[in-house]
Design a protein around this ligand. Sequence first.
Ligand code: DC
Length: 226
Amino acid sequence: MQKLVITIDGPAGAGKTTVSKALADRLQYRYIDTGALYRGVAYAAKAKNIAADDDKGLKNLCRDLELQFVRTDTGVRLFCGPTDISDDIRTPEMSMMASAVSARPVVRKALLGLQRRLGAQKAAVFEGRDMGTVVFPEADVKFFLTADLEIRASRRHRELEEKKSFQKYEEVEKDMQRRDHNDSSRKTAPLKPAEDAIVIDSTQHSVESVIEQMMHHINPKIAAAP
Ligand code: DC
């Protein structure tokens, strides 16, 4: 079967994670969550008291940082050195800090090589903000998944409740708006659809319906295998 690199970019809460995982399962591809890497940098920066605008500190931090996705019985987990940080990086504070450190070119540069190495074997679904524009401009199929702010904020609010990490709906929506603004207005690798990305608005669609729309674009590429 043709091994593709599939990219899914879009703003927070658009359903990228759910859709990317389901798509990767269906295709038996690897799923790679690049937001987790930026969250990993944010986590390590906080642990070492490095401010989100301290480029020198961030550069040194990234140079020594050992972030690694590890397959375990409970799914793929993110390790920083020997520590599983998968749960610690999912707080509202880490979301904001990841958005802040991700605007720094030193951090983006440090993570670029790692992401490209993860894509070298192809057969992977990459989720992020600049997968189709910067990291994999030659990706086989690129999607940009979006949804209305209220839908995205209420999905995120529900997710946080499920994890017993309570935050008022209004705060979730405000944080999301700030993060969207940071991520799309930064100079380096801003959040935007690649010119050749297929834009899908999930506001009115179920996960299954989004996957079907995606498969409609992926199947011909698979069929075109030599
Ligand atoms: O996808 P996420 O919410 O876990 O991402 C956290 C932050 O990381 C997001 O606000 C912006 C940044 N990010 C990025 O700049 N580029 C990526 N490819 C993925 C995430």
